[in-house]
Design a protein around this ligand. Sequence first.
Ligand SMILES: Nc1ncnc2c1ncn2[C@@H]1O[C@H](COP(=O)(O)OP(=O)(O)OP(=O)(O)O)[C@@H](O)[C@H]1O
Length: 376
Amino acid sequence: MTLALRLSAITHRHPGTTGATLSDVGLDVRAGQMVAVLGPSGSGKTTLLRVAAGLESPESGEVLLDGVDVSDVPPERRDLTMMFQKPHLFPHLNVVDNVAFADRLRSRDRASSRVAAQRYLDLVHLGDLGRRRPRQLSGGQEQRVSLARALAAQRRVMLLDEPFSSLDTGLRTSMHRLLDEVRATLEPTIVMVTHDLAEAELADRVAVLVEGRIQQFDVLGALYTAPRTLAVARLVGGFNEVAGRVDGGVHHSSLGSFFLPGEVESTGASILVVRKERLELAPLGSPGSLTGLVVQVRQSGAHQDVVVALEQHGVAAGPRVTIEARLGSDRRPGDRTGVRMPGADGLWAVPDPARTGSGTPPPEPRLRDRASLGSA
Ligand SMILES: Nc1ncnc2c1ncn2[C@@H]1O[C@H](COP(=O)(O)OP(=O)(O)OP(=O)(O)O)[C@@H](O)[C@H]1O
């Protein structure tokens, strides 16, 4: 499959700022693929799209469309289209003419561009609203028209900048379904910026951007099972963290020594990251289990999060871990309990940025389970 878009070693500094907003960012998007750029607020996501679109000129690096360097091509002549959080429809045109606009710019006649626009409106389930003005639409309808207009432009790549973030949860879910339908029908190439993990699920691959650097570019599942950095683990959330060291494929900490999967690359000062759903409550004193004191039990969706302060030398002063237990677990604050660690397939380790100086310092976590703290 061909590469529709390649961003190569992009570094960008906004005028008047000291640090780089984007540092050596590379991203490959294949034709027909959808890539989500996921990152916390201010990590440089919009800037990255604007560089791809030609709205910002990077200090260094290249933008290639279908293998051709377009770094010096102005935005209007790049074969891509951008869709924003706000729809920006033309208020003086009705819906069908908004969608037909790109065709009209290409000098297609009014009648046939309207016929084509109608097909895109049907695709976004707004076939009956073509004669309305934008001010007569709801927010969700406006965003559907905006999507139809972006599709009708038939550009090589669509850049979507948090296009559904201003919609309520129900509308956002229906836009996600619509995007899935559109992808199945037209196979557009899409780069979508989001800070929402649920939205990133729509994409084939996810690029995690933190403080202007791509920290991981992978399928979403890998971010949950094999995060490359602590920042990625924190952005995904639901990990317990225990500081320690990796030597010879084994993580050593105050919790003990645990074999890691062979793919773990981190060595030296490393944080053991364990998903809360992979830890288990166990009967007190059961063989191979750790012991701790339940300090909190709280509802988390269809589960309970049980926070346990692990005991060391008989004192519950060790790392705190959160265990996702099924509803109705009988643990109460003040109970002592066993905690069973998963096998190597449920463990992972990432470099400890505080002790190795590697990677960027972790951002203030947005999605992190605040109780999931651990220290060696
Ligand atoms: N025109 C500009 N001039 C100076 N600084 C800017 C400019 N545009 C953005 N920035 C800064 O660059 C950084 C990245 O901004 P950007 O909008 O790309 O982040 P983002 O990840 O899209 O954030 P959000 O999710 O909040 O939209 C921020 O610190 C922002 O303040």
